[in-house]
Write a new protein. Sequence first.
Length: 265
Amino acid sequence: MIEMQTPPPPALGTRVARLNAVAKLLAIVVLTVPLILTLDVVSAGVALALELALFPFAGLGWGAFWRRTWIVWLLAPLTGLTIALYGETSGQIYAEWFVVRISEGSLALALATMLRVLAIALPSVVLFATVDPTDLADGLAQVLRLPARFVLGALAGLRMVGLFMDDWRALELARRSRGVADRGRIRRFLGMAFALLVLSIRRGTKLAVAMEARGFGAPGPRSWARESRFGVAEWLFVALGAAVAAVAVASASLLGTWNFILGPG
């Protein structure tokens, strides 16, 4: 007698990766909007710490995490460096030369800016790394009730990005085979960009005609091949994003560092 074994439940990371794409979008919105409205070290630091603790459960391996987020880790300190050198001067001045003035206030502002960039950019990159464009389009049209014509057009344009990269590499190889890409790097880039622009316009026109011929722009309600469901798990995920934002805001308010950037003065 063969014993039937129940398959183990999927890992938490897998379940998070399978969540509705709209839930991830809403979680990012409720998490980042409070951070956009303030510029202080505490709220950004608390939010970043909580996000780093939750990232292992996002369904993205550490190798993929670093490959996708290295540019954020590189640009955030550069942003802070710019603020430290040229930001608003306040408190004790540590160094001054020409237009560069490093002060106590500019350093605090630089640290807050760097943490803020990391806290806003990292969850956006990590969560959308596991989002399929078609699933996102289904969710936008069926859950958020956005116009189908707009959603399908945006999806078709997003699907063309990969083809543009292939076209760029094909143009580069073709120009090299003709011996016109050996010198003049700026001139070569401008020529290839113009050629790609012409090619993209032609391809976009053909795609629009093909979609119209297949009834994508027809009036009235349309059917969808896959149903986009938004259930309890998705609401809990959005609530988790709101909870992280609430803890960050509450921490900044209790410590007196909350700095509403849209306020007077």
